[in-house]
Design a protein around this ligand. Structure first.
Ligand code: ZN
Length: 675
């Protein structure tokens, strides 16, 4: 153990000494920061001085900052340089830190201090952003039980505990039920249609289990190619049915767990004074309540119906022309859709790769944000990082003022988790002392001496995460907990998703999509194929998402176990309205729907956010399109109204400030070819 004064996690400096942080620093630093934070919180409650912003709210903000910075950093390192020691240290401190945060709203002394401060003249005279912090803190404490009497608080804690247990059980059942199923094929003729990579994967899976033949499982990389390419219809049917019946039987049956989770959530909402769980959850989101979220989903579904019917008729006709007869079943959809896609577009994603060498993509991305927002991004090799493959960059204003720096870690490694993400490591203070962030991805690495060549999808991902990064790096909100990406869940994807639009614009692509050998731009016919393939069966994709969103909202608003019975049948009957074909009687996708049930909250009552955010980004991008996609003027407006403002104002107000009106669904429908 190091002496406390040399522990780099105690006060994390902007130039984070990654080379000096050890797993052995974690436990002593977090323990000490927790003790200090607890002492500060207790001191706020017992302080006898007149209550002011600085002695109550401001002090609470400061009390948790060192702990939050250290925990964020440790969590980040656990994601990118996982070692058994680091993971053990992180897991050791995590429950205590979560318990500390969960206990704040139930701390009677702290609550009394907040309430009495809120009634002072000082509180009434607060400037807008600090006023917002006060209102939100009070509301948040109330939503977490601050106003309950002692028996109510006890009940709330019991509900929260049981919810954690049952959702944990739910998620274990999904894992176990998924792992419990396999199909081994020994007749090679039955693999017809499958791409070679899927055949090799199945052979490898069989070898790893010591069986001969080809082994298929219910993991996505096994299921997706089967449903998309395999000619054998009976195998497709068996895989489909097994997949959508996971966790409905025996020891892994999740039906009762779903019923219990919904019951606990409803009781929690009602204990806190809300009609249902959706209203509790959505109060501080853009939608504000369950009814508004449902109205949004219904409206979008109605406006997708016509195109949905057209796509389904086209697919039926296409299939009939291939002289396949009989009813189109759910396990035929992906298969025939892929055949039709090939016939219509003959588009292979791989053709684009040579046009996306990573270095050009990155410099094009930087140039795009330089043109739009007037900032400069330059590499800063002086900053320590967590590995040779990680690069550090500074972001400065045009006049050289430093806004902050960030680290970029783009390629997969064994000790790094999958996916792509942005993390704000440090939020600068009121004078906008440097912000620090990271952007991580797992894109195709370089092969041999060729540069890394990306797929369009990967390019989109990098632009997406960079949008989150800008939201963090450009923030000018002086209150840390309202800064950057600390915004409502149905707003947080606007800055990221809007960036994806530049990867679909010819003018932007020509900036960075250049062939790695001769520097040529994407040929027009290939660009057209890319654009057309984007909207292929968009109504089906949209209806599928809207179906999930509706099931989610209905289960958290209307479902009544005594009236509606088996939750899987209830969910199936709703999903049917959004399906192009009749679903099997035992279709039970909710028993493995982790988004809704695998954690205490997760995406519960929030699945609609995916589409909500798409509406916002498609709509907001129309202003860029109108004035040229590199318009500095529109960029500046977006920066001033959205990127700099974090959660300092109501997100709908920020949106209106930028667009001059409410969001409109039309742009998303047009972009998806559904208008
Ligand atoms: Zn995102």
């Amino acid at each position: 153990m190091s002496p406390p004064d040399t522990n780099p996690l105690l006060v994390v400096p902007a130039a984070i000494p990654f080379d000096a942080i050890r797993a052995s620093h974690v436990v002593p630093a977090i323990e000490r920061l927790l003790t200090e934070a607890r002492a500060e919180v207790a001191a706020i409650a017992t302080d006898t001085q007149p209550r002011t912003y600085d002695s109550v709210l401001g002090r609470l903000e400061k009390a948790t900052e060192p702990l939050e910075n250290a925990m964020t950093l440790v969590g980040h390192l656990e994601s990118v340089t996982n070692s058994p020691e680091l993971r053990a240290a992180y897991n050791q401190v995590k429950p205590e830190v979560s318990a500390f945060y969960a206990g704040l709203p139930l701390d009677e002394g702290l609550w009394a201090a907040l309430e009495s401060y809120s009634k002072t003249d000082d509180a009434r005279a607060l400037p807008a952003v600090k006023r917002r912090l006060l209102t939100r803190t009070i509301d948040d404490f109330v939503r977490h039980g601050a106003r309950l009497d002692p028996s109510g608080k006890k009940r709330l804690e019991a509900l929260t505990r049981e919810l954690a247990q049952v959702s944990q059980k739910f998620s274990e059942n999904v894992l176990d039920a998924t792992a419990a199923w396999e199909m081994v094929i020994t007749d090679e003729a039955k693999l017809k249609g499958l791409p070679r990579s899927a055949v090799e994967g199945a052979a490898e899976s069989a070898r790893s289990k010591g069986v001969t033949g080809w082994r298929f499982t219910l993991q996505a990389p096994s299921v997706i190619p089967v449903m998309t390419y395999l000619d054998d219809r009976e195998i497709r049917r068996d895989v489909y049915r097994a997949y959508n019946r996971r966790a409905t039987e025996g020891a892994h049956d999740n039906r009762a767990n779903i019923g219990r989770i919904l019951e606990l959530r409803r009781e929690k909402a009602q204990l806190l004074g809300y009609k249902d769980f959706a209203d509790l959850l959505l109060e501080d989101r853009m939608a504000k309540n369950g009814a508004a979220a449902r109205a949004f989903v219904d409206d979008l579904a109605r406006r997708t119906d016509l195109a949905f019917a057209r796509e389904n008729a086209e697919l039926e006709a296409f299939r009939a022309r291939q002289s396949e007869t009989g009813v189109l079943e759910p396990w035929d959809l992906g298969y025939w859709a892929e055949k039709q896609r090939l016939a219509l577009y003959d588009f292979d994603e791989e053709e684009l790769r040579p046009y996306f060498p990573i270095n050009r993509v990155i410099s094009g991305l930087f140039e795009t944000v330089e043109r739009l927002y007037g900032v400069n991004v330059v590499e800063d090799p002086a900053l320590p990082t967590w590995g040779a493959h990680v690069k550090a960059y500074a972001i400065t204003e045009g006049d050289g003022t430093k806004l902050g720096h960030f680290y970029a870690d783009f390629y997969p490694r064994e000790e790094k988790r999958g996916g792509a993400w942005m993390n704000g490591l440090i939020t600068g203070d009121a004078k906008i002392a440097p912000h620090v962030g990271v952007i991580c991805a797992n894109v195709s690495p370089p092969v041999g001496d060729k540069p890394a060549l990306l797929t369009h999808d990967e390019v989109e991902t990098l632009f997406h995460e960079f949008g989150h990064l800008l939201h963090h790096m450009l923030t000018r909100v002086e209150v840390r907990s309202l800064a950057g990406t600390n915004v409502a869940w149905d707003f947080v994807e606007l800055p990221s998703q809007i960036m994806e639009n530049w990867t679909w614009e010819r003018a932007a692509l020509d900036l960075f999509a250049r062939h790695h050998l001769d520097g040529s731009t994407i040929p027009q016919p290939l660009f057209e194929k890319l654009t057309k393939a984007r909207t292929y069966r968009a109504a089906n994709a949209q209806m599928r998402q809207l179906g999930f969103a509706t099931v989610d909202l209905m289960m958290h608003m209307d479902y009544d176990p005594t009236r509606d019975g088996d939750p899987t049948l209830y969910a199936r009957s709703i999903a049917q309205r959004f399906s192009p074909v009749t679903l099997p009687d035992d279709y039970a996708f909710v028993t493995s729907f982790g988004h809704l049930f695998a954690s205490e909250v997760g995406y519960a009552a929030g699945y609609y956010s995916y589409k909500w955010a798409e509406v916002l980004d498609a709509d907001a991008f129309t202003r860029f399109k109108e004035h040229g996609v590199f318009s500095r003027e529109v960029g500046e407006a977006f920066r001033k109204s959205v990127l700099e403002r974090g959660n300092g104002s109501d997100p709908m107000e920020l949106y209106r400030e930028f667009m001059g009106r409410d969001p409109d669904l039309k742009a998303l429908l047009e972009r998806s070819g559904l208008a």
